[in-house]
Structures are given as C-alpha cells and as structure tokens.
Ligand binder design. Structure first.
Ligand code: NAP
Ligand code: ZN
Length: 347
C-alpha cells in the first residue's frame, strides 16, 4: 500500500485540511494514476457538508480527476505508463450488469462512487481526487484526447458528461430549442456541448452579468431570470431545459417555458424536495425528468466528442490550500467557470 497525500474533511462542520491515508494495494487489473489536476464540483461541497444526508467521514472529495499513468497491473491492456487519463464519479459497478453490456451502470445497484463510498468489499473507504494518486480498475479509467490540456479536461469527467448525457438522450441537435438553466460549472459545459451538437441554445441565468461569456461559449440567446418579463417572453418556447441549479427555484415558472411535449431535465440536486403543480405539466403534456452523469462508454464518447470539437472547461486554477475559499466562491456563483486544483500544490 502507498501513502497518499490529500486534503479531506473530518466532519460536516470541518474545513478541508491536510490528510494522509493508505491507497489500496494495486491488483493485476488496476491502473495507478498520478493525479495532476482535480476539478471542484458543487457535489463535493454538498457531500463535504452532508447536505444530502449520506456523507461518510473522513472524506476526500474530488471526482473530476486528470493525470498520468504511473503503473499498470499484469492484466491491463488498454493503458500503459505515461498515458493521459481521467477518472470520473465512479470506480466500480455491478459486474453482472457490465457483462450484459447495458451501458447504464450509473443507475444500477453496486455502483461504487469515487469518494464517499466503500469498495466492493463493503469496508474499504473510497477517497477521491483531492490527492496525489489513485488506484482504479482499468474498466473505469478514461483516455483523454491528446489535444485537450489536462487541467481544462478534468471538469469534463463530471460536469461534461452530466450535460452530454441528457443532451444526447433528449436529442439536442439542429432544429431543437435547448435552454441551459444556470451557467456555472455544469451549465457552461452544457452551452458548449449543445452548441456543438447544433441546437439553438438559450442561457437562463440569474442576471446578464455573464452574457458575453455565454455567447462566446456558443449561446444564441441569453436571458436574466431575475427579470419577470423573461417568463412572459419565453413561455412555451423550449423543447428541452436542462436545470443545473443547486438550490431551490420556482419550478412551476420554468416548466411554463416548455413547448408541448417539452422536457425539463433536472441535473442539479438541491437539498430540499421540489414542489411542482400538476398544472405546470398537464396542459402541455410536459415531462419533468432527471439524469445522473453517464456510463463509462458514454463518458469516453463525450471525451472523444470534446477532442473532435476542441471543447474544454473554462477554469480558474487554485492551490489546494485555497480550497475552502473556493467552496465559498462556488456557493456565491463567483467562479469562472470551474475551479481546478493543481495537485503540485500538495507538495
Ligand atoms: P455551480 O458551478 O455552483 O453552478 C450552479 C449554477 O446555478 C450557478 O452558477 C448559478 O448560475 C445557478 N444558481 C445558483 N444558485 C441559484 C439560485 N438560488 N437561483 C437560481 N440559480 C442559481 O454548480 P455545479 O458544479 O455546476 O453543480 C450544479 C448542481 O448539479 C449541484 O447541485 C451539483 O450537486 C449537481 N450535480 C449533479 C450531477 C448529476 O449527475 N446529476 C453531477 C454533478 C453535479 P447563474 O449564475 O448563471 O444563475
Ligand atoms: Zn460532480
């Protein structure tokens, strides 16, 4: 076993602080990765603060991992030392389902999350990417295309796939009017991806302060949700709304922006339940749906799509000692558009 240097939270009230732990011994099926960069997802904050009520401590967050392979087990065929790789939100899943090749493993029992979980043995805690290295089974390691810099590619491993998957599933493309609600870490990836897929893209943000950025990322239209007129102007407009907001909003007002048969997909996960009125759905056969990250196969497809279209995240790189300040800035929507930790700063 090798000792990992990391930053972790000891309890829901504690600030993140230096923490060391033993990574599990690599097996013949494992890839050992030196972590170069790790993105800071809003889910890291929800979980480090136990906002979803399922946190395990101590916790080392981080599931937007980009790095370099430093060792491979005897059975590994897809990766070699020196390869540029990523790890996303999970590191194992139900092997029976994987054998059946359903490619929806993120929704099946047996999923082992990259952190805040236990390995398939039921006891060994998983610790995430705010650390110097990680040991992951080959089947859960992704290839990062050569033209994508590792720091800007790291957020694709969660923010990227979380938007790519619903955009593909609900057929974002030419002739489709797609709204991205909230232009933070997930949302700005949604704008870039939906634009590259050929959809007509609208950003619904709290204010117009990020409009120039949104248009640079590929938005065709940009509206402030603080302006009540927005809801009148855009009533019955969209085929698809992807909601990335991490706190409570007026769900019924947003559902009114969908066309007949339109779908609003929830990817943001606020702490509290969502109140929805039947009249927001019934008179226009609208759907309210949810979506969670994507399968390993779809994540690789997304990375290759990003490689072809030269799509990466807009990032602010931070030293790991500044992680607690970064969390506060994410909560205030004061990040352009994803914090990424430079893991050199651990040393
Ligand atoms: P983020 O960077 O904080 O972005 C959230 C955005 O929501 C903000 O930038 C802001 O956009 C908007 N927003 C925040 N508070 C708001 C409010 N009170 N009213 C209206 N809009 C508000 O967070 P993120 O990392 O993108 O994550 C977003 C959510 O997705 C989190 O809840 C996270 O846990 C969840 N998530 C889900 C999945 C999944 O698989 N489903 C995966 C990853 C993350 P504007 O400034 O443009 O208004
Ligand atoms: Zn995430």
């Amino acid at each position: 076993m090798a000792t990992a240097k990391a930053y972790g939270a000891l309890s829901a009230d504690a600030k993140l602080a230096p923490f060391t732990f033993e990574r599990r011994e690599p097996t013949a099926d494992d890839v050992v990765i030196e972590i170069k960069y790790c993105g800071v997802c809003h889910s890291d904050i929800h979980q480090a603060r136990n906002e979803w009520g399922n946190s395990r401590f101590p916790m080392v967050p981080g599931h937007e991992i980009a790095g370099i392979v430093t060792a491979v087990g005897a059975n590994v065929t897809k990766f070699k030392v020196g390869d540029r790789v990523g790890v996303g939100c999970f590191v194992h899943s139900c092997t029976q389902c994987a054998t059946r090749d359903v490619d929806l493993e993120q929704y099946l029992p047996g999923l082992v999350q990259t952190y805040n979980d236990v390995e398939a043995d039921g006891v060994t805690p998983t610790y995430g990417g705010y650390s110097d290295h990680i040991v992951v089974r080959e089947g859960y390691v992704l290839s990062i295309p050569d033209n994508l810099p590792l720091d800007r590619a790291a957020p694709l491993l969660c923010a990227g796939i979380t938007l790519y998957s619903p955009l593909r599933h609900w057929n974002a493309g030419p002739g489709k009017k797609v709204a991205i609600l909230g232009m933070g870490g997930l949302g700005h990836m949604g704008v870039k991806l939906a634009h590259a897929m050929g959809a007509d893209v609208t950003v619904l943000s709290q204010s117009l302060s990020k409009e120039a950025d949104g248009r640079r990322f590929g938005a065709d239209h940009y509206y402030a949700t603080a302006d009540a007129d927005t809801f009148t102007k855009l009533a019955n407009s969209f085929d698809l709304i992807v909601c990335t907001v991490s706190s409570e909003i007026d769900w019924n007002a947003y559902l009114g922006l969908l066309k007949i048969d339109g779908t609003m997909v929830i990817v943001g996960v606020p702490e509290n339940a969502i109140p929805v009125h039947a009249f927001a759905l019934v008179p226009a056969r609208r759907s309210l749906a949810g979506s969670m990250i994507g399968s390993i196969k779809e994540t690789q497809e997304m990375l290759d799509f990003c490689g072809q279209h030269d799509i990466t995240a807009e990032i602010e790189t931070i030293d790991i000692k500044d992680i607690n300040d970064a969390y506060e800035r994410v909560i205030k929507s004061d990040v352009r558009y994803r914090f990424v930790i430079d893991m050199e700063s651990l040393f």
